[in-house]
Design a protein around this ligand. Structure first.
Ligand SMILES: *Cc1c(COP(=O)(O)O)cnc(C)c1O
Length: 372
């Protein structure tokens, strides 16, 4: 098998380690990174990313499901693994067997975890205003009830900022409210004799925009993958984040198209001139959004070329009229660099009206991940 035969992802180890150290430079010195490696590490490959970061001294990670955590354990991870989302009670055995820490989404769920019969490690979620998971920060009695349940080893308390990426006055005020509410919960727990737990609140933008905060962990995601502009608050300072992932495929075939001919499913593109087309071995089943039809670009031999017609499931066409030397087998880059040209995940996300998290996490399972 040849991993670069059709369509593949390259993970740049040096870039990942560089971004980790850039982010450490703004993290409070007492705050440890807890990288978010859910959704196959945002499409990068969870096992690969976890092992690179673990070798660099990272000791804790968060994922979205118990299955993701089990996969990492089976691949040899001895790090702390926190499941941020729901685990069905029929899978509590797996939490126990694989020493996985579970998020407590509310008091009801805490009771289910408590009833399991064997001690489970948990981090308690607190709702400070996002209203997704966690008991409300004001309901200290309910939060304390979770801490007092038998059978739960409460190792941590966390919350999540939902507008930390926005810096207008009302959003900043809301983030301040979330921060102070979270701190009140921590104080309340201390006052009630609970001291032996860790705390975490910030994701990437919580770190970039509120780097003064000092909790035990920061759940770094998108910035660690270098798919963020890395602006540090309003300081004007910008971290030098390097994109970790490249998405590449092969030129399959070259053909000449006459003016007036239609191209691809639905014939949505009509050639307005004689043109040269290259078919490329990647499609929407690889996670490239079909909305890139007639809109997206690729880089071939460091030239930017446009996607022509609709993306197919496994192939697509690009206009290579201006690229003299293109031939079957050449690389086509959909995210990443080709000499001086670059297509970033941020650019693709903006074109699609979404965020790079969605572009990256949607990249398909059938793409080989290659660490370079
Ligand atoms: C995904 C996730 C993160 C990481 O977010 P980024 O914006 O990618 O840094 C942090 N915390 C929670 C709870 C998450 O679900």
């Amino acid at each position: 098998m040849y991993p670069k035969g059709r369509a593949w992802i390259e993970i740049n180890r040096k870039a990942l380690l560089h971004d980790l150290s850039e982010l450490r430079s703004v993290l409070h010195e007492q705050t440890e990174p807890m990288p978010a490696i859910k959704a196959n590490a945002y499409g990068h490959g969870a096992i690969e990313v976890e092992s690179i970061l673990r070798e660099a001294g990272v000791r804790a990670f968060c994922v979205a499901s118990v299955d993701e955590a089990v996969e990492l354990r089976r691949a040899g991870s001895d790090a702390e693994l926190l499941v941020l989302g729901y685990t069905h009670p029929l899978q509590f055995d797996e939490l126990f067997e694989y020493d996985i820490t579970q998020a407590v989404v509310d008091l009801e769920y805490a009771r289910e975890l408590s009833a399991y019969g064997r001690e489970l490690k948990v981090h308690v979620a607190v709702d400070t205003g996002m209203h997704r998971i966690g008991e409300r920060w004001e309901d200290m009695d309910r939060i304390l009830s979770i801490f007092r349940l038998p059978g739960l080893l409460v190792k941590g308390v966390f919350s999540h900022l939902c507008v930390a990426d926005e810096l207008c006055e009302d959003k900043k005020r809301f983030t301040e409210y979330q921060i102070s509410s979270f701190k009140k919960v921590i104080d309340g727990l201390h006052e009630n004799g609970f001291r032996d737990f860790c705390t975490h609140l910030q994701a990437s933008h919580g770190v970039l925009n509120h780097s003064e905060l000092c909790f035990d962990f920061a759940r770094l995601g998108i910035a660690l993958y270098g798919a963020d502009r890395g602006m540090v608050g309003e300081s004007g300072k910008r971290l030098d984040l390097w994109p970790v992932l490249s998405l590449k495929a092969r030129v399959v075939s070259i053909r000449d198209i006459h003016k007036g001919e239609g191209i691809g499913y639905g014939l949505t593109y009509t050639a307005d001139r004689d043109m040269r087309l290259a078919t490329v071995s990647i499609g929407y089943a690889d996670g490239l959004d079909r909305a890139l039809s007639n809109r997206g670009s690729a880089l071939i031999n460091s030239r930017r070329v446009k996607i022509i017609g609709r993306l197919c499931m496994d192939q697509l066409m690009v206009d290579v009229s201006g690229v003299a030397d293109v031939k079957p087998g050449d690389e086509a880059v959909f995210i990443g660099r080709s000499k001086d040209e670059e297509i970033s995940a941020i650019e693709v996300a903006e074109l699609l009206g979404t965020i790079p998290h969605e572009v990256l996490s949607g990249l398909g399972a059938r793409l080989q991940r290659i660490v370079v």
